[in-house]
Design a protein around this ligand. Structure first.
Ligand code: AMP
Ligand code: TRP
Length: 333
């Protein structure tokens, strides 16, 4: 039986290697399996949980679609749309916010990280963000949700919300509890400047990440400048435990090459980082540069990108509005 795949990516610019290796690469694999129904959503309502510039947001929505296509997602075999174009998402999020409990949301570590020390000044949207994410997933009866490691807790919350709604309204399995699809290895790509921090769009230093639109030379330079340590590459995973930067770079190499970490370690054991880095740069350019060139080409094809979003939103709206209608009936509206 095929899977009902749903995932979302925020149009906040700077899509990076972490997004690709942690999530989008997996979207492509799932999309290539003809048995699966895939929906990929550009989650613009999630993006405005922090202040966005009007013009940049518009461009970033298109750039996210361009990135999906450049990475290999087939828009004829999937639904690609932006969240704000389907009003059922916001409405279902409100309804589910009456089901979710404060205590559940208070445990979300991503909110704590993003809000930082000054929680009082964070937007309410940033706090209730996982509820909107649950609405995204549940409106489409999604069975599987491919995401990076950082979204695992949000997926668990989604399952709790689905179950509580089903229990509260005695509706059996009206909402399907989705399974997260998180890669076993390399589901968390770390910053090139600090192997204990996630590679992220919002990190101030651009040297901390490989953007999917970086030029060849920029990529090579970032790998050259990536933090390492003085020791040569070890011979076992165990020895990498206290060397987060080395582990991350070897992880990136393995993920790009579809190798296990063990195999990569075996290949580079005893070698120094300059040798390893030059091989890593070569592989990175080989795999990511074609994507980068394609994004830059597609980003100018506004009509093509807008048509994908338009067609996608019609199909998504058709599914989501029917589910929302049933939710209304269950609640008594
Ligand atoms: P976002 O850019 O936050 O919308 O994330 C889009 C997808 O990329 C989500 O599935 C994230 O879990 C994934 N992702 C983001 N950053 C990383 C990272 N550093 N390593 C692995 N996956 C990531
Ligand atoms: N919260 C996700 C992130 O920041 C994006 C997202 C929104 C999502 N809705 C989703 C992911 C539904 C999977 C399914 O990465």
């Amino acid at each position: 039986m095929g899977k009902k795949i749903f995932s979302g990516v925020q149009p906040t610019g700077n899509l990076h290697l972490g997004n690709y290796l942690g999530a989008i690469k997996n979207f492509v694999k799932l999309n290539n399996d003809n048995e699966n129904d895939c929906i990929f959503c550009v989650v613009d309502l999630h993006a405005i949980t922090v202040k966005q510039n009007f013009e940049e947001l518009r461009n970033n929505i298109r750039e996210t679609v361009a990135t999906f296509i450049a990475c290999g997602i087939n828009h004829e075999k999937s639904i690609i749309f932006n969240q704000s174009a389907v009003p059922a998402h916001s409405e279902a999020a409100w309804i589910l916010s009456c089901v979710a409990r404060m205590g559940w949301l208070n445990r979300m570590t991503q909110f704590k990280e993003k809000a930082g020390k000054d929680k009082e000044r964070a937007s309410i949207g940033l706090y209730s963000y996982p509820i909107l994410m649950a609405a995204d997933i549940l409106l489409y009866d999604s069975s599987h949700v491919p995401v990076g490691e950082d979204q695992k807790q949000h997926l668990e919350l989604c399952r709790d919300i689905a179950q509580k709604f089903n229990n509260d309204y005695s509706v059996g399995t009206f909402f399907k509890a989705p399974e997260p699809l998180i890669q076993k290895q390399f589901a968390r790509i770390m910053s090139l400047k600090d192997g204990t921090k996630k590679m992220s769009k919002s990190e101030l230093s651009d040297l901390s990440r490989i953007n999917l639109t970086d030029d060849k030379d920029v990529m090579v330079n970032k790998i050259k400048k990536a933090k390492t340590d003085a020791l040569p590459i070890p011979g076992s995973i165990d020895e990498l435990k206290k060397r987060p930067e080395a582990k991350n770079l070897l992880g990136i190499y393995s993920s790009l090459m579809d190798l296990t970490l063990e195999k990569s370690i075996y290949e580079f054991e005893g070698k120094n980082f300059s040798e390893f880095k030059s091989k890593l740069s070569q592989v990175l350019v080989e795999k990511i540069n074609p994507i980068s060139l394609e994004i830059k080409k597609l980003i100018n094809e506004k009509k093509f990108l807008d048509k994908i979003l338009f067609d996608g939103h019609v199909k998504a709206n058709n599914i989501a509005s029917k589910k929302l209608k049933k939710i209304h009936e269950i609640i008594g509206f």
